[in-house]
Design a protein. Structure first.
Lengths: 316, 327
């Protein structure tokens, strides 16, 4: 009896660690989305609903190229290039006309872009989901210290995401482009007066955000199916992340993304278990999963009540 | 009379003439389409109170539309299965009576709008847009996981709910009911815009600081507008559910919020008949373009893009000129 209990305790510890890793992995991918969104908002003051479409474009580029060449790496490169190209194109044709317009116009125009991108993708690729396979060298489980088996690919996602985050930090804090981006956030007239081509800077920032979204789409595409409409749920979660972290703050996006990822994943596993203490199993599962689906929004509401500008928000 | 008044009168005439023609020509599907347009118009008139008058860009009005729908779905579901909705602390039974359902829909969606409004109106601008969108998604996922009322599959109601003195199963009678409600809501929105409250709300959108200086509370004005707006969207949701005799989580989806907003923008923001024109044009496009191409959303997207970039006043603005916007 004692041994059994101990055994269960050990099992649930492994489960807990696994779920924490899953939450981290989800959070890191959300961060790639949220970082682009928050950067674009911070520099250009633009709310971009079509960011989810860029995520989808990245996934489709990766699936198409990986399907043709058989190389996952080429697929990832295609995702980065394809999403950045789509981002730059959209910025040049549509988005740059929106910077001076109010938020309502930005919402509508980018909503229109979602319709165009989604239906356009359906037109080209059809309604059936595509599949992007995890490459051999990243598939299968890996044994972590303590004997925990965890999928290698998911672990790789965490590492890649953190590396991209670090790269973004270095880009923004150490390079010339980063200085220009930060200057653009603070005073756009002044940096235009100093002879920096602000229009070009905006295109670059938008393409950078798009590339991050496309990259995330491709990485996640290998563990979920690649289909039209995959971007919008992630986009809305990225909004929740930004509201929690504070608009315009990359650090806020990182912390917010991890909080949201962990809350969503752990809530989905543990809330039904907690409910079993109070209700019979089937009711508990149903109530618990309903509550779990609301957990991140409750978190968002709580942050709003305590800090309306978000945890790291500079401006409300 | 301004040109906008003529446009409004013409729109209303269409809402009367097309269904009458459909009755004579025996085209019940056209009546269904017009009912759809009238119901969408009610929801959009509701959103226009928050958006046009109050300047609140809510991307979460699907919450209220969906709550209205589920009010109808749940009440009618219990009535058709002869089970009680709640037995404790007091016995609540389902109903098939439209007036009761409408009242429930209005009360439930106002309460939700009150809570969401209190939370999200702590912020403004982009935050407000994102938060309303997020709350919409919260209800969407909740409805999906709420298996007691159909979960992802939704709830089917076999017989349309009744209204005293009418046979709601006859398309034109149900349409008449919806058109009557649309007119009521339009009169309400019109009186509201002209009332001291409406004027103050309008002022709070344009110059919140001045409104505050004269002793009014802009936050309170916005909250009331948001609640009224949500209540009307809830009523529309109940009607929409009755039209389809079906509710599903799709009513809560962000696309629904976006579409309600499209109705308003297509017609013209802040104009009394903007949402009505927008809803009518949307349903017409949906029917016509949807028949031409499976991918009609591309054309809808292009049209929307053109309107946002080049025609700020919406379709009414194109026809009647921009001078008539009431601000």
């Amino acid at each position: 009896m004692f041994l059994m209990l101990q055994g269960r305790g050990f099992m649930s510890l492994i489960l807990l660690i696994e779920q924490i890793l899953n939450g981290l992995q989800f959070g890191i991918m959300l961060f790639l989305m949220a970082a682009g969104l928050t950067l674009i908002f911070g520099v250009m003051g633009l709310i971009n609903l079509a960011h989810g479409s860029l995520y989808m474009i990245g996934a489709f580029c990766a699936a198409a190229v990986a399907g043709m060449t058989g190389s996952f790496l080429l697929g990832l490169i295609a995702a980065l290039a394809g999403a950045a190209l789509a981002g730059a194109l959209v910025e040049l044709v549509v988005i740059r006309r929106l910077y001076r317009k109010d938020h309502l116009d930005q919402v509508l125009a980018t909503f229109a872009l979602i319709l165009i991108f989604s239906e356009g993708t359906r037109w080209i690729f059809g309604s059936f989901p595509l599949f992007l396979d995890v490459p051999d060298y990243l598939s299968g489980p890996i044994t972590l210290p303590g004997g925990i088996q965890y999928p290698l690919y998911r672990l790789a996602l965490i590492v890649i995401g953190l590396a991209v985050g670090l790269g973004l930090y270095l880009l923004i804090s150490k390079t010339r482009l980063g200085v220009q981006i930060r200057a653009g956030e603070n005073d756009r007239e002044m940096i235009a007066a100093l002879g920096i081509d602000i229009a070009k800077l905006y295109t670059i920032v938008f393409a950078l955000g798009a590339a991050l979204a496309g990259f995330a789409g491709a990485l996640v595409g290998a563990i979920q199916s690649v289909q039209v409409g995959m971007g919008e749920p992630v986009l809305i979660m990225a909004f929740v992340v930004i509201v929690i972290g504070g608009i315009g703050s990359i650090k806020g996006a990182l912390i917010g993304a991890l909080l949201v990822g962990l809350t969503d994943t752990l809530g989905g596993i543990f809330l039904p278990e907690v409910m079993k203490l109070f209700f019979d199993p089937s009711t508990a599962t149903s109530i618990g999963s309903s509550l779990a689906s609301m957990a991140i929004y409750v978190l968002m509401a709580a942050v709003l009540v305590l800090k309306p500008a978000g945890l790291f928000g500079a401006r409300a | 009379m301004t040109r906008e008044t003529y446009v409004n009168a013409f729109t209303l005439a269409l809402f009367v003439a097309i269904p009458l023609w459909a009755v004579v020509a025996d085209e019940p599907f056209t009546i269904t389409l017009m009912t759809r347009a009238a119901i969408f118009a009610i929801a959009a008139v509701g959103l226009n109170i928050a958006l046009g008058l109050g300047g609140l860009v809510s991307l979460g009005h699907a919450v209220f539309f969906g709550l209205g729908g589920y009010s109808m779905g749940i009440l009618a579901h219990h009535a058709q299965t002869y089970t009680a909705l709640a037995e404790w602390p007091l016995l609540i039974e389902g109903t098939k009576s439209m007036p009761v359902i409408w009242l429930t829909a209005i009360v439930v969606s106002s309460l939700a709008a009150l809570v969401i409004g209190i939370l999200s109106l702590r912020t403004a601008g982009v935050y407000f847009i994102m938060i309303t969108l997020a709350f919409g998604q919260m209800f969407f996922f909740f409805a999906i996981s709420w298996s007691e009322y159909g979960g992802e599959d939704g709830l089917s109601i076999y017989v349309r709910n009744g209204f005293p003195g009418l046979d709601t199963l006859v398309p034109i009678q149900f349409y008449g009911l919806c058109l009557g409600l649309l007119c009521l809501v339009l009169v309400f929105a019109w009186r509201l815009a002209k009332s001291p409250f409406g004027l103050a709300l309008n002022a709070a959108r344009q110059a919140p600081l001045r409104v505050e200086t004269v002793g009014l509370d802009p936050a309170r004005l916005r909250l009331i507008a948001f609640v009224l707006s949500g209540a009307i969207a809830g009523l529309a949701g109940a009607l929409f559910a009755d039209l389809n005799r079906f509710v599903s989580p799709v009513m809560f989806s962000w696309q629904t919020s976006g579409e309600i907003m499209i109705f308003v923008i297509l017609g013209g923001v802040g104009r009394l008949f903007g949402p009505v024109v927008g809803a009518l044009v949307f349903v017409a496009l949906e029917h016509w373009l949807g028949g031409l191409s499976e991918f009609w959303h591309i054309y809808l997207g292009l049209l929307l893009l053109l309107i946002v970039l080049f025609a700020r006043g919406g379709l009414i603005g194109l026809v009647a000129g921009r001078e008539a916007v009431h601000d």
